[in-house]
Design a protein around this ligand. Structure first.
Ligand code: NDP
Length: 454
């Protein structure tokens, strides 16, 4: 068995068999229709269409089998949509000849305008998709339909209903229909469960791809290879040798005019409950109750000066929380330490802090690093964008890098009681200086649970 396959199997067992295909007879070649819903929006032009172009450029999407449909309410022509997208595909750094490839790619795109809650638009969309399918397929209907929701979650339920009613691949001859949905998946446990139930009534779990783009990042994907393809780490990766895992996310800029959006969510909903929790092993083994003494919240000085943020906002822009894992591999035991750092972004790197002899005549020790910085080691190699990988995984029916429904529920169970107390104003964030490490109380918490900054 190749190590790649073995790693996939490991991931699948770690994530409770998340790796599944929705149909054993799935045709991996043949007519593919990719429908970008909300094609007029920000995510579509900045991420979805560029990711599709990069897949096309690298030969993963073939012009003889793929067609891309943009769908939204805005009334624009095919060419107007293509021109909007073109601006995001060509820039100063574009390779020679890219402009020609971009033009070929844009010809694959057709735009359909319609609303998100009436059948008319979706019937028209279905007609366009079917016309494309019958022009490409000898067997009408044995086709793949991928619906990408680049939309606000408020319209996910109605759009799901319309797709189910009007746009499914209806053939008995095979093929599939899959939907890709973007975060936020709810605002707390109840709203997330409600959304999951609404979509779950219409689609089977193997048809639903919940994107958390952190799972598409190069170094997040490398975690499993690192852990299971290196014999050295296998016996070490447990409570006997690892005292704690710190997942740290820092940004060196403020709300930059998006304060209104951010204030509704806060740092826990925006980053921690989803992206950071996904980077770790298995949410379902996490202790579900966070204790107040092991949470520090902060709000940076000047946050409320943003005119889009309410004057009395209680929203945290900083949070440190201690989470405990209840399973045999991790529970209990404390040890002295080395430090192994995996930097996901920016400047991908892995380095291990070791104690070595200080070079020189004296026998003294110093901390140093075994350093694998990707920029130096893999010069000239382009690291693919997370969205590129994840769309390709969806086409291939590989769900291992997507968020499962039970994981999502477990993540919300951990944070919902805390979030409700913040929303009700019972827990207040502490002030801290922008650009600092956050409130001093956060470092005090880390040292209280045994971590000493070196
Ligand atoms: P937009 O606000 O740009 O919305 C996308 C499109 O949806 C709009 O062009 C509009 O199209 C339609 N739309 C907007 N508001 C409404 C509404 N209230 N009711 C019905 N339709 C509406 O969102 P984004 O593109 O920024 O984001 C899409 C999804 O992706 C969201 O869930 C977001 O949270 C998520 N996301 C976005 C990221 C980003 O970088 N932008 C990053 C990560 C996730 P029209 O009026 O033409 O129908």
């Amino acid at each position: 068995m190749g190590s790649g396959q073995w790693i996939m199997e490991k991931r699948s067992s770690l994530r409770n068999d998340s790796f599944s295909r929705d149909n054993d007879n799935v045709p991996e070649t043949g007519c593919l229709s990719i429908i970008v819903l909300g094609a007029s929006g920000d995510l579509a032009k900045k991420k979805t269409f560029p990711a599709l172009f990069n897949l096309y450029r690298q030969g993963f999407l073939q012009s003889n089998e793929v067609h891309i449909f943009g769908y939204a309410r805005t009334k624009i022509s095919d060419d107007e949509l293509r021109n909007r997208i073109r601006g995001y595909l060509i820039n100063d750094k574009s390779a020679p000849g890219q402009s020609e490839q971009v033009s070929e790619f844009l010809q694959l795109i057709k735009y359909v305008s319609g609303s998100y809650d009436t059948e008319e638009g979706f019937q028209l969309l279905d007609k366009e998709i079917s016309a494309h399918e019958s022009s490409k397929n000898s067997l009408e209907g044995s086709s793949r339909r991928l619906f990408y929701f680049a939309l606000p979650p408020s319209v996910y339920p109605s759009v799901s209903r319309m797709i189910k009613k009007c746009c499914m691949n209806r053939s008995d001859l095979g093929g599939w229909t899959r939907i890709v949905v973007e975060k936020p998946f709810g605002k707390d446990l109840d709203s997330s469960e409600k959304l999951s139930a609404q979509i779950g009534e219409l689609f089977e779990e193997p048809q639903i791809y919940r994107i958390d783009h952190y799972l598409g990042k190069e170094l997040v994907q490398n975690l499993l290879v690192l852990r299971f393809a290196n014999r050295m780490f296998l016996p070490l990766w447990n409570r006997d040798n690892i005292d704690n895992v710190q997942i740290v996310f820092r940004e060196d800029f403020g709300t930059e005019g998006r304060g209104g959006y951010f204030d509704e969510y806060g740092i826990i909903r925006d980053i921690i409950q989803n992206h950071l929790l996904q980077v770790r092993e298995n949410n379902t083994d996490m202790k579900k109750v966070l204790c107040d003494e092991e949470v520090v919240l902060g709000q940076y000085d000047g946050y409320r000066d943003d005119p889009t943020v309410p004057d009395h906002s209680n929203t945290p822009t900083f949070a440190t929380a201690v989470l405990r894992i209840h399973n045999e591999r991790w529970e209990g035991k404390k040890q002295g330490r080395n430090e192994f750092v995996i930097r996901l972004q920016p400047s991908e790197a892995m380095y291990m802090k070791l104690t070595v002899k200080q070079p020189g005549l004296e026998m003294s020790t110093a901390q140093s690093e075994l350093d694998l910085s990707y920029r130096q080691r893999y010069q000239g190699v382009t690291i693919p964008e997370a969205y590129e990988r994840l769309i390709l995984d969806t086409i291939r029916g590989d769900q291992q890098h997507f968020v499962r429904r039970d994981e999502l529920k477990a993540a919300w169970e951990i944070f919902t009681p805390l979030l409700h107390r913040i929303d009700d104003g019972e827990m207040k964030p502490l002030p801290y200086k922008p650009g600092s490490r956050g409130p001093a109380e956060a470092d005090e918490l880390l040292s209280k649970v045994g971590y000493v900054q070196t």
